[in-house]
Design a protein around this ligand. Structure first.
Ligand SMILES: *[C@@H]1O[C@H](CO)[C@@H](O)[C@H](O)[C@H]1NC(C)=O
Ligand SMILES: *[C@@H]1O[C@H](CO)[C@@H](O)[C@H](O)[C@H]1NC(C)=O
Length: 241
């Protein structure tokens, strides 16, 4: 079942044994719909300026957005660090993301790259304040729980509760933990890009949560990751306190 905002792009399914850590991107997407730019041309120059500004702005609050240039050469971009990440790690992640996105999508006028600790994207049309329906991917733990029915309910309860906190929070981020039976714990995280309105953040997170039965049924850990919001749950802690 696909949410209505999911119109273009592809849906991906990754299986992974261990939690992704470290320097490699989780995924990247070079848009082919938006066309290419000429190396060293006006779009390229504006994009360089934009990426420089994002790297400068984002670590201050964990979120940055910017637009550079005009008309055909205008570029819009944003970057978001995970809510618990230090400003040093945030900066390092955004620096890596801008270098890597230029390498992987050399002339694309629009692209997105996701890391464990940050997201960076740019396009040639105004993307601010709209839920990005372009791409969404799932990451899931290969291991299953023994009691999927109650576990799925707990997951939904945790992430729905966190969503309520996030969409009314200026940082649009929430992380938390609940107790499961047998002194087990369930950890969760939800986050939206801060260009969204509170209502759109809510919609984006609810859409992501509604994907859980199809992507992550009974899995010990799962993530739904998009260009405007992401959700994650695990049975072990994964955020910095
Ligand atoms: C950035 O890349 C460097 C070199 O590959 C790596 O050591 C570092 O951990 C990366 N930083 C982040 C936050 O991913
Ligand atoms: C978990 O369940 C899925 C779906 O039933 C199955 O394909 C997968 O192999 C299971 N994982 C393990 C580690 O047994």
């Amino acid at each position: 079942m696909m949410p209505s905002s999911f119109t273009i792009g592809v849906l991906l399914l990754f299986l992974f044994v261990q939690m992704a850590i470290g320097a490699d991107p989780l995924y990247h997407f070079c848009s082919t719909n938006s066309g290419n730019f000429t190396p060293y041309g006006p779009y390229d120059q504006n994009l360089n300026k934009l990426l420089g500004n994002l790297y400068y702005k984002t670590p201050l609050t964990g979120f940055g957005m910017d637009s550079e240039g005009q008309y055909q050469a205008q570029t819009f971009g944003l970057s978001l660090c995970r809510g618990d990440v230090s400003s040093e790690d945030c900066m390092s992640c955004v620096v890596n993301a801008s270098a890597e996105i230029c390498k992987r999508c050399p002339n694309n006028k629009a692209a997105t790259i996701w890391y464990d600790q940050c997201l960076l994207k740019y396009t040639n049309s105004n993307l601010f304040g709209q839920i990005d329906g372009g791409i969404k991917f799932y990451l899931l733990n290969i291991n299953n729980v023994s009691d999927p029915t109650s576990f799925n309910l707990a997951t939904k309860r945790l992430l729905s509760g966190l969503s309520k906190t996030a969409y009314t929070d200026p940082k649009m981020y929430a992380a938390g933990v609940i107790d499961l039976e047998g002194s087990k714990k369930l950890y969760g995280l939800v986050q939206c890009t801060r260009d969204l309105s509170s209502g759109d953040c809510k919609t984006c997170l609810e859409d992501a949560i509604s994907d859980l039965p199809s992507c992550c049924d009974g899995r010990k850990g799962g993530r739904v990751v998009g260009g405007s919001c992401n959700i994650r749950y695990e049975t072990c802690s994964f955020v910095n306190a």
